[in-house]
Write a new protein. Structure first.
Ligand code: NAD
Ligand code: UDX
Length: 459
């Protein structure tokens, strides 16, 4: 197979695995290899139990794996063989040195650039799939051109907009695909090559070409603006709880304004996930770096409101359970940062659980897909907590049930049975406004939704 039909993706995570499975399934004329340094992860991609849970992913992988889609740890060979290299490694928030707590940690990303320089034997197109700060492509370009082999590389920015839980559908039917390239003859040609790949299944009018910096910045801004909507509605949920207004009614009324729109206005215990907080803080850092403190402060507030919402949720629990949860069993329904994923990165459940453990509550945690990750997240935490597969067992003898992830399974449970097995008075704190609160109240629960009046039998 010709090298320009040979794609390598470095980084076999939540983005690399699913995006490449979709490309392989849609582009029969390409061979796609996904490489990672993590041998365990690659073995899992080659097995029946994939390393991540995502609806529709296993079927997709099963159809193309071994035919047009391959998973390997042999990064050097992958680089040699491919003409097109996607880089999809993690870019977490820096925890050390200059910019710690805000800037992106680019060490994994830079290592891939250096690996490409070391192993490449001919010219290649290198595509930033990871979310990166503005001007990262320029830095990548410099590292790649430090090679002494006379090789030439085109660097393209092609950020990923998929959301977990709907990743496959998002990739198969994207709102848009963004491809940013350098404004040179060779840069434009490289953009066209990547456009050609996506045009296998994405209508041309939805494939947007921009300059490389607009592409990099658009990704950060899209995430910041989505998170901003959640923080906006969550801030108003606090006001609703004080005033008898109902956040669901407010969100509906506001969202019916076609200029605002109804999506991403669901009040919750807070947003989680590996992207929102990291990408906003990255934006904040960039604004500070470029001497725009007012703009930085504006965006940082989105993260602060999210922290406030998580803290407020826990304070509400403690206050309403007679100012103490010490020694009380509390059932945590849901640990994933949203439904339909096993991912728990930055999940509000982590912070809520930690605050409750500090209050000496005894936690029982259930989740249909995220318990392995939950165990890792709480591995170093002190206090009493257990992981339980069965929600009925989880709730038995507890004083309160907390809904922290909006799994549809939790809506279908028999809450009469749960109520009967709990200590009394029994509480439900619905951090996702998932359940029928009036019905729960009728059963006997004291119910605390987000952003609307509580239903309580307590005098
Ligand atoms: P991830 O942590 O799930 O996967 C990253 C993978 O890269 C890991 O398996 C890691 O072992 C591998 N890796 C790190 N250094 C490597 C190296 N030098 N060589 C080979 N492999 C290496 O991360 P993710 O969630 O897939 O995110 C990847 C990027 O995509 C990030 O920049 C993220 O911001 C962005 N992104 C993520 C999402 C999402 O929903 N997860 C959505 C859009 C964009
Ligand atoms: C996000 C972006 O949506 C996606 O475009 C980008 O590529 C990666 O980051 P993701 O984090 O996977 O995707 O999930 P998303 O659906 O955005 O949800 C993020 C968090 O916000 C979750 O914790 C979710 O429960 C919460 N959320 C979302 C709300 O609390 N209310 C809403 O109305 C929407």
């Amino acid at each position: 197979m010709k090298k320009d039909k040979n794609i390598l993706c470095i980084g076999a995570g939540y983005v690399g695995g699913p995006t490449m499975a979709v490309i392989a399934s849609k582009c029969p004329d390409y061979k796609v290899t996904v490489a990672d340094i993590d041998e365990k992860r690659i073995n899992a991609w080659n097995s029946d139990k994939l390393p991540i849970y995502e609806p529709g992913l296993s079927e997709l992988v099963r159809n193309v794996r071994g035919k047009r889609l391959f998973f390997t740890t042999d990064i050097a060979k992958g680089i040699k063989d491919a003409g097109i290299i996607f880089v999809s490694v993690n870019t977490p928030t820096k925890t050390f040195g200059e910019g710690a707590g805000k800037a992106a940690d680019l060490q994994y990303w830079e290592k891939t650039a250096r690996a490409i320089v070391e192993h490449a034997e001919d010219n290649k197109i290198v595509i930033e799939k990871s979310t990166l700060p503005l001007r990262a492509a320029e830095a990548m370009h410099r590292i790649l051109h430090s090679n002494t082999k006379g090789l030439d590389f085109d660097v393209i920015s092609n950020p990923e907009f998929m959301a977990e839980g709907t990743a496959i559908d998002d990739m198969q039917n994207p709102d848009r695909v963004l491809i940013g390239g350098m404004e040179t003859a060779s840069g434009r040609k490289a953009v066209e090559r990547i456009v050609e790949i996506y045009a296998h299944w994405v209508p041309r009018e939805r494939i947007l070409s921009t300059n490389v910096w607009s592409s990099e910045l658009s990704k950060l801004v899209a995430n910041a603006m989505l998170a901003q909507r959640i923080s906006s509605i969550n801030s108003i949920s606090a006001l609703c709880e004080k005033t008898d207004a109902n956040i669901n009614e407010v969100a509906k009324a506001v969202g019916m304004d076609s200029r605002i729109g109804p999506k991403f206005l669901k009040a919750s215990v807070g947003f989680g996930g590996s992207c929102f907080k990291k990408d906003i803080l990255n934006l904040v850092y960039l604004c500070e770096y470029y001497g725009l403190p007012e703009v930085a402060a504006y965006w940082e507030e989105v993260v602060k409101i999210n922290d406030f919402q998580e803290r407020r949720f826990v304070k509400n629990i403690v206050k309403n359970m007679f100012n103490t949860v010490a020694g009380k069993k509390i059932a945590v329904f849901g640990f994933a940062f949203k439904a339909d994923t096993g991912d728990t990165r930055e999940s509000p459940a982590i912070y809520v659980s930690r605050m409750l453990l500090d209050e000496k509550a005894e936690l029982a945690i259930c989740d249909p897909e995220a318990l392995d990750n939950a165990k890792r997240d709480l591995a170093d935490d002190k206090g009493k907590f257990e992981f339980v597969n069965d929600p009925y067992k989880c709730a038995r003898n507890s004083h309160a049930v907390l809904i922290l992830t909006e799994w549809s399974e939790f809506r279908k449970l028999d809450y009469r049975k749960i109520y009967a097995s709990m200590e009394k008075p029994a509480f439900i704190f619905d951090g996702r406004n998932l359940l029928d609160h009036k019905e729960l109240f009728k059963i006997g629960f004291n119910v605390f939704p987000i952003g609307s009046t509580k239903f309580t039998h307590l005098k």
